[in-house]
Design a protein around this ligand. Structure first.
Ligand SMILES: NC(=O)c1ccc[n+]([C@@H]2O[C@H](COP(=O)([O-])OP(=O)(O)OC[C@H]3O[C@@H](n4cnc5c(N)ncnc54)[C@H](O)[C@@H]3O)[C@@H](O)[C@H]2O)c1
Length: 368
């Protein structure tokens, strides 16, 4: 049955990748020097947005931010969100319409080693940003990244829904629960009524893709080991995680960004975005797939006694599917294979920004 005119119009209205919507729009990306922030900034630039970034310098070398030449393509500001006044000044100077908040200390193991820094950035950094937005009249929407690890984990065999209780029992998850509490408090105390500012929180799963060089993450660890001809060491091969390609997370972020302007009451809440049920896979499965995609790749198991990590973590995307029509475009196998391809070709000397653009087209955006 052919789609009606109104169906087609609805679909266009929901299109997160619409250049018509993003062209010329002033946005802030906090954490633009990081992995997801770089992919998001590159996508927004492709769509014609005016992108302002607030972050610390890249934490890895190499970094996608440097490799893709982002510094010369956007308004790049080094700002430590733990400092209120510089955060206020940078937000006010950028005068954005939509703000994407990704800056964080995002590594579980590092948070266990440095809880003070992690809480300072993830909680007070968010409070400072919210305070800056409270004083900036141009802002009409905020999309903030938290994580699937905010749920009080009961090792249930089913996926967590947005209405389930929050509660981190290790420092990273707990600090992101703090992020959510700050968002809630500002949402209900300051951002209703005349100073309306919808706040969409994104709880995404384990994001994979080319250009992540963080320590203590499976895909970057694997790519480093394989490129050096070493065997990848895995701590918890049985742990099941919701793996998804970075373009799924970027698409969800753009979708919510658009929604904050077009349907603010709907946008103004927390949203899970995860893979399909059949794509929740154990770490060992991912390691097998990574090793078979990289010629000569190998891994072995070395148990780690270093504190709590959930055995099973799954988030339900039912709300995003039914209310926003969202679903992942790629399977986990496609996500892993395209990630390995990205790193392999980058190691062979190909241009990072061109590889990102090519994968955006393969993913089906920008008319590809
Ligand atoms: N990568 C994942 O699998 C994943 C999954 C779910 C949620 N997230 C969330 O997504 C966001 C981005 O993650 P990522 O993987 O790109 O992380 P990343 O470590 O690559 O990037 C983090 C960014 O935050 C910035 N930052 C850190 N501390 C800061 C501070 N005090 N002031 C200003 N900027 C600061 C860094 O400079 C960097 O730009 C984070 O909020 C993370 O918690 C990531």
């Amino acid at each position: 049955m052919p789609a009606s005119d109104s169906d087609q119009k609805d679909r266009r209205q929901n299109d997160p990748w619409s250049a018509t919507f993003w062209k010329g729009r002033r946005v802030i990306v906090t954490g633009h020097t990081g992995f997801i922030g770089s992919w998001l900034s590159l996508a927004l630039l492709e769509l014609g947005a005016e992108v302002h970034g607030l972050a610390l310098p890249p934490t890895s070398d190499p970094s996608l931010f440097a490799a893709s030449g982002l510094e010369g393509r956007m308004a790049h500001r080094i700002v430590d969100l733990r400092d209120l006044d510089p955060t206020r000044q940078a937000v006010s100077a950028a005068a954005p319409e939509i703000v994407f908040h990704l800056a964080a200390q995002p590594i579980v193991r590092q948070a266990r080693q440095q809880p003070v820094e992690s809480f300072a950035t993830n909680v007070m950094g968010t409070v400072h940003l919210l305070e800056a937005l409270r004083g900036t009249d141009s802002v009409r929407g905020l999309v903030a990244f938290t994580t699937d690890k905010v749920y009080r984990n009961r090792e249930w065999p089913w996926a967590y829904r947005e209405s389930d209780a929050l509660g981190g029992i290790e420092p990273y998850g707990a600090s992101k629960v703090g992020t959510e509490q700050a968002l809630d408090a500002y949402r209900s105390s300051y951002f209703q009524g005349p100073r309306r500012l919808p706040v969409a929180a994104i709880r995404a799963g384990n994001v994979v893709g080319g250009g992540d060089w963080a320590a203590d993450r499976l895909v970057p660890d694997a790519m480093r080991a394989f490129a050096a001809g070493e065997v990848l060491v895995i701590r918890r091969p049985q742990a099941v995680r919701p793996w998804q390609h970075v373009l799924e997370a970027v698409g969800a972020t753009l979708l919510l960004g658009r929604l904050t302007l077009e349907q603010p009451d709907l946008a103004d809440q927390a949203w899970n975005f995860g893979p399909r049920e059949e794509d929740r896979q154990p770490v060992g499965w991912i390691a097998d797939r990574l090793a078979s995609a990289w010629p000569g790749g190998r891994w072995r198991h070395e148990p780690d006694e270093g504190g709590y990590e959930a055995g099973l973590l799954a988030v339900s995307s039912d709300k995003a599917r039914s209310l926003l029509g969202w679903s992942p475009r790629w399977t986990v196998a496609q996500a892993i294979d395209s990630s390995v391809e990205w790193y392999r070709r980058w190691h062979e000397g190909e241009d990072a920004a061109a590889l990102v653009r090519e994968q955006m087209r393969a993913y089906g955006i920008f008319g590809g």
